[in-house]
Write a new protein. Structure first.
Length: 149
């Protein structure tokens, strides 16, 4: 077997072991997801560091850098930077959301930059073509910029 194929086989075995090993819900330093559930750690884990979502990744919360096409956070409070095409946070988020579409259903604190921005409630600033703040914003819907401080 050539060295190239040995490396590929080794990575495949390691990936299989990581995916097939049961892991309790806990904090993990890194997550790589093709699409949920094809990801290193289960979706009920919190990621403390880097999450890379090649297509779609879903985790309980992310504290750190969240990069991908479709970034989905389901509960708790997440903090950091989210960058991609679509960012969906079902809970609270503090930091920078920089996606084409940003949706934070809970409380958002920080800056949302995108074509479309939505926040349940906000302490911060939205910059985009359409900016929606469900509760407590300067305006419920406003183009270019919306805020609440």
């Amino acid at each position: 077997m050539t060295k190239k194929y040995s490396i590929v086989l080794g990575l495949a075995v390691l990936t299989f072991i990581l995916i097939s090993t049961p892991v309790q819900a806990q904090n993990q330093p890194i997550q790589i997801a093709l699409f949920t559930p094809i990801q290193i750690f289960p979706e009920d884990n919190t990621i403390e560091g880097l999450r890379l979502n090649l297509v779609y990744g879903r985790n309980a919360s992310v504290n750190g850098l969240d990069i991908g096409m479709f970034n989905h956070i389901t509960k708790g409070v997440s903090k950091g930077v989210q960058f991609g095409v679509f960012g969906l946070v079902d809970a609270d988020f503090t930091g920078l959301q920089f996606n084409a579409v940003n949706v934070t259903r809970g409380k958002f604190e920080g800056l949302q930059l995108g074509l479309v921005n939505f926040a349940g409630s906000i302490k911060g600033l939205q910059i985009g073509f359409v900016n929606i703040i469900n509760q407590g914003g300067a305006f419920p819907v406003f183009p270019i910029v919306n805020w609440s401080f």
